[in-house]
Design a protein around this ligand. Sequence first.
Ligand SMILES: [Zn+2]
Length: 245
Amino acid sequence: MAADPVADVLAIAAHRDDVEQTCGGTLLRMASRGLHTAILDLTKGEAGTRGSAEDRAKEATAAAKLLGVRWRQALDLPDGAVENTLENRLKIAQIVRLLRPRVVILPYWQARHPDHAIVATLGYEACFLAGLSKAPSGQIVLSGAPHRPFKIVYASLYADVRPSFVVDITPFIDQRHNALMAYRSQYANQAAGSGLFVAEEEIRERTFAEARHYGLLAGVRYGEPFVQKEIGLVDDLTLLPVQSI
Ligand SMILES: [Zn+2]
């Protein structure tokens, strides 16, 4: 991956393959605009039913290539037991300082998987911490210049919530699917955990149907949903997208 890891957009997620499912199309769209994108996975997937952490590392690298991201790493937070501790906030803040993103994508704060919900607040607080010159203890424990992202948005695909906006991923839907399918240990048809996992064709149907649903809400074919906490700001009413009537 690139020697200079500065990123315009950084997606932070609990597990390898979360980003592929929730905002992979958006990262592809940003890369197609010439922006630099990055992914920080917080765990290595050691608690997964299928495949080892090593398998998932290789798959994550392959998926990153397919998504056109310039930088991807995984921290060593415990899979299935991600906690919002100062130690974990500092680990993430150090990466935020390294990559200096303008935009950070986090998972939405209500989720079935506790790791996803925690990462919404853990990631937010880490972004705040990255902008402080001293840690709350008064010590300087982070290297690099302070940096706080301008914008934080929440990928809300897993959540039953009305999105603030949708990103049109129509040209990128197949490539996003290819990136998800790079996780062969998770998604290729196999015997291990077949009671827990759905077949490959079913995954395609589900993920395309979700993308179609959010696309329809925005008047495009395929979309990915996001929530932002801030209000929208408009310059020119005549340029507002998404038809009303
Ligand atoms: Zn996950």
